[in-house]
Design a protein around this ligand. Structure first.
Ligand code: MN3
Length: 226
């Protein structure tokens, strides 16, 4: 099987595989220690979110693709593009793996980092100000009923905010609002409940302290021409 993930990979957990077989997908390295986002995102949440939830998406994706000819030996980008044709076990776990792999890179320890110039240009053009953008982003997070994600996406060189249910994302053929994601926030309860309980709004507010704005800026650059 091909090493299919375009994202950074580490030695995979081979416990579910027979000898001489290699799982297609593996858990990427977390780019910082699990306590690095304290106090905004707590260590225990990160340990469970990354080490249990994300790992389960990876393991279950590897199991789900074994008997699926459409999904076998395909990379995540391709699976996103045909999500609507995939059985729920493949679609949900492929989305879960993709979304979390991206999410970890979009977070960083709070060191007073500020949004970059390309991002601010797009924000001002589409929303008028950073405060207005944050307000709209938070609103999308609060309006997402049940589990899902909030996104800032680029579509036709324009910055938009969208949200998706479950583990769907804006790259999927089934997404209501498609585009290239440059910022993501997990609003599943497992992402915040230990620290914030039912207070999703407080979690969203805290998120702004740990956004990896350098990565957002890089994604804007890589979106050019897409
Ligand atoms: Mn999650």
């Amino acid at each position: 099987m091909a090493a299919a993930s375009a994202l950074a990979v580490v030695a995979p957990d081979i416990s579910i595989w027979a000898q001489n077989d290699t799982p297609a997908f593996s858990l990427p390295v977390l780019p910082y220690p699990t306590d690095a986002l304290e106090p905004f995102i707590d260590k225990m949440t990160m340990e469970i979110h990354y080490g249990k939830h994300h790992k389960a998406y990876v393991d279950n994706l590897n199991k789900a693709i074994v008997d699926n000819d459409k999904a076998k030996d395909r990379n995540l980008d391709f699976l996103m593009s045909i999500a609507g044709q995939l059985p729920p076990a493949v679609r949900n776990n492929a989305g879960g793996h993709y979304n979390h792999s991206l999410f970890w890179t979009l977070l960083a320890p709070a060191k007073g980092q500020q949004p970059g110039s390309k991002f601010m240009e797009m924000v001002n053009a589409s929303f008028g100000s950073l405060d207005k953008f944050k307000e709209e982003f938070a609103k999308a997070g609060m309006q997402r009923f049940g589990s899902g994600w909030v996104w800032a996406i680029i579509k036709n060189n324009k910055l938009l905010i969208s949200s998706t249910p479950n583990q769907d994302n804006p790259l999927m053929d089934v997404a209501e609002s498609k585009g290239y994601p440059i910022l993501a926030l997990d609003v599943w309860e497992h992402a915040y409940y230990l620290k914030y309980q039912n207070l999703r709004a407080d979690y969203i507010k805290a998120f702004w302290n740990v956004v990896n704005w350098n990565e957002v800026e890089k994604r804007i650059i890589s979106s050019e021409g897409k």
